[in-house]
Design a binder for this molecule. Structure first.
Ligand code: ADP
Ligand code: MG
Length: 682
């Protein structure tokens, strides 16, 4: 293995020309730190720059035309900024008029009788081209990759870096998938896959590469699950002998009666904790079904048995909310709760860690700060991971490694069918809360066209007048964070002006610092803001009972699961709540999603419809709640492949001495190195 294969690809991106501290941090925001992560930062779409024959082009299609400039260009200017550049392009027998608006400088690059390639929008009726850019003389790449990017780094820079990384490192790329599996499923070599993902000659080549990329991603994921499972099986777990009478007494103090479903899952989980094996259980329950109190009961059970419990949430807002709720629930009990997040001050942290290590603290709530080095536990018996799909396998594992074989309960708010749960979560046991607390009124959901938006705003106003609060959500557009912020900002300004001086409006977006976010969120909770304008950062778990309206802009940009999650932020009390979907969907799928939302409130029905509506159209979509997030693959659309990858991973890990087989060396090196799970190897 030349250069130790994987080792070279773990080089930092800073070895590439032009990557200084600023770019390094912009890249890190995109999850790119190493050459490997850069080379697997795949385009999410391709701009098709292929040259088409004139009669193949649809009206208003963006295409590349190649021809000869037939006569000198003419430039007309209107005022200071506007101009029109015209010339004629000879393509075989046809003469096509080409117009460039407001790019007068292009005049000099148009040479009479020279060949030229132009990318633009075609008017089929008039047979003319509205130019967008000149691609040169025919040597340009036929397809341009479009990458996920952010405000700190431009498309073009990413393209250049990928190209540079490819040039320097392509001969270091080794196959990760064992050869027999590659042959059986006709997968491409890893180097070819990476090449064709970034620089495909045709769309077909890109698709073939994507198929291999998906399989590899799924296979790596399933290998991790299998290793985790096999590791668990070799370890004895802890029997948590909780004090049932204390538990019953605690349940009596709750301000409400548990639903039958909550009682059932509490019994399942507690029985599992009592057994001397290692619990690994998934708790599914629709938004608002009351998972938090179930978590509280189970954590208290562990505490009565002399153990510590930890609750890990994906965001600081959520961790803080959990800590506050638990504080209230446990106020009269000998439970010492602390909160540990990325923004916990050093002094507080220094003071808290020893109390955790000596067992004085018996319940800790936090973000992934809980799994950092230096956070040591006295006797950790139960780990609960909230909205667990937000965490990678590696993070879930890291928390399990803390303490002495703690039991693990993972919670998720998106009900997913059992087959999907098994392929996505390995062999976890599953508990389901399939009932909402009594007295909830179904949320009334309306679909409103943009033209009627005033009526929606009027409606929000009437709810505010009734003393209630409202969320206003704008979608994230992956291509550019800058655009998102502008959207949210513009809407925030409009609403502020409209509702002033009676109602206050807050703004929450992903680019804000954590403590800024927390401030805004707690001001909303305290009703200092009556309206909260937000990008999807509020999607997860936030609980403000007085909020009765969820207004969602461009609702057709969201998937069903996400819409359902967002809607679940209201309807948390006995007040009638409303969800207003503002959308002019551009296709049938979008219309169908709006219909499903207006027709049902049931998370299981929504998730079933989600399955039905997904498919070929969504190849590049990858955000769905309740399931692990993959970069390329989609666990719903590609469920068959995910399940095949699972079978293969299972077979491989069951093969004696598979880790010593030289054919698997790159895979083993990869798994050991990339995912901080070296401890699982013999
Ligand atoms: P989720 O399952 O979405 O995490 P939460 O745990 O946040 O839901 O619960 C939603 C709301 O329902 C909370 O305000 C909680 O206090 C309340 N709740 C939970 N269980 C019950 C119950 N059995 N009866 C009435 N209200 C409940
Ligand atoms: Mg929750």
């Amino acid at each position: 293995m030349k250069g130790g294969s994987f080792v070279a690809l773990t080089d930092s991106v800073t070895v590439l020309p032009g990557v200084g501290p600023k770019r390094e941090s912009a890249l890190a925001d995109l999850g790119i730190t190493t050459i490997e992560s850069l080379l697997t930062h795949f385009p999410f779409r391709y701009q098709d720059l292929r040259v088409k024959a004139l009669n193949e082009i649809a009206d208003q299609e963006q295409v590349t035309l190649k021809g000869i400039v037939a006569a000198p260009p003419t430039l007309a200017r209107f005022g200071r900024k506007k101009s029109r550049l015209n010339f004629r392009l000879l393509i075989d027998q046809d003469v096509i008029p080409v117009t460039f608006f407001n790019q007068p400088w292009l005049k000099d690059s148009i040479e009479v009788e020279a060949p030229v390639m132009i990318y633009g929008r075609f008017d089929a009726a008039r047979k003319q081209l509205n130019g967008i850019k000149i691609l040169g003389n025919g040597k340009a790449d036929p397809m341009a990759s479009v990458y996920p990017s952010n405000a700190g780094i431009r498309q073009k820079t990413i393209q250049q870096l990928v190209t540079a990384a490819w040039e320097q490192y392509h001969d270091q790329i080794q196959n990760l998938i064992p050869a027999p599996i590659m042959r059986h499923y006709r997968l491409l070599d890893r180097a070819q896959m990476i090449h064709d993902m970034h620089f495909p000659k045709t769309l077909n080549a890109a698709q073939a590469a994507r198929r291999t990329a998906k399989f590899e991603e799924f296979f790596r994921f399933q290998m991790q699950l299998q290793l985790l499972k096999r590791h668990d099986q070799t370890q004895a777990g802890t029997a948590i002998n909780f004090d049932n009478s204390k538990l019953q007494a605690f349940i009596q103090t709750l301000p409400y009666e548990l639903t039958d479903a909550q009682k059932r899952v509490v019994n399942e989980i507690c029985a599992d904790m009592k057994r001397p094996h290692r619990m690994n259980r998934l708790l599914q329950g629709d938004v608002g079904s009351g998972k938090t109190v179930v978590a509280a009961i189970c954590m208290y059970a562990a505490i009565t048995a002399g153990f510590q419990a930890a609750l890990m949430a994906p965001t600081e807002i959520l961790a803080e909310q959990h800590a506050n709720n638990l504080q209230a629930l446990f106020q009269d009990l000998p439970v010492n709760i602390v909160l540990l997040t990325g923004s916990t001050k050093t002094a507080a942290r220094k003071q808290l860690l020893p109390r955790l290590a000596d067992g004085e603290v018996n319940l800790i709530v936090g973000t992934h700060a809980l799994i950092q080095d230096g956070v040591d536990y006295h006797k950790l018996g139960l780990v609960i991971v909230d909205e667990q799909h937000r965490f990678g396998v590696a993070q879930r594992q890291a928390l399990r490694q803390k303490g002495d074989q703690p039991d693990v309960l993972a919670m998720t708010a998106t009900p997913i069918p059992r087959t999907l749960a098994i392929t996505s979560y390995g062999e976890m046991d599953i508990s389901i809360i399939d009932e909402l607390p009594a007295g909830r009124k179904p949320i009334a959901t309306r679909w409103i066209k943009n033209a009627q938006i005033d009526s929606a705003v009027q409606f929000v106003l009437s709810e505010l007048a009734a003393g209630h609060q409202a969320y206003v959500v704008t979608p994230l557009i992956e291509e550019s964070e800058a655009v998102d912020m502008k959207n949210a900002q513009a809407i925030y300004e409009r609403f502020s002006a409209y509702f002033a001086p009676h109602y206050q409006v807050g703004l929450l977006h992903g680019r804000m610092k954590n403590d800024e976010k927390d401030n805004v969120m707690s001001a909303f909770k305290d009703n200092q803001y009556q309206v909260l304008v937000a990008t999807t950062v509020i999607e997860v778990g936030v609980d403000v009972k007085n909020a009765t309206v969820m207004m969602i802009y461009d609702a057709d940009h969201f998937g069903l699961a996400q819409l359902h999650q967002l809607r679940g932020r209201v309807g948390r009390s006995d007040q009638q709540s409303y969800c207003l979907l503002i959308a002019d969907p551009k296709n049938k799928n979008g219309v169908d999603r709006m219909r499903v939302m207006t027709e049902t409130n049931d998370g299981f029905v929504v998730s079933q419809k989600d399955l039905e509506l997904r498919g070929a159209g969504d190849v590049f979509g990858k955000k769905q709640s309740g399931l692990p997030e993959f970069k390329v693959g989609d666990p719903i659309a590609d469920i068959t492949m995910l399940s095949v990858a699972q079978d293969e991973a299972k077979k491989l890990t069951e093969t004696p001495h598979w880790q010593q087989d030289p054919d698997n060396a790159s895979l083993v090196a990869y798994l050991k190195q990339a995912e901080s799970n070296a401890y699982m190897f013999d």
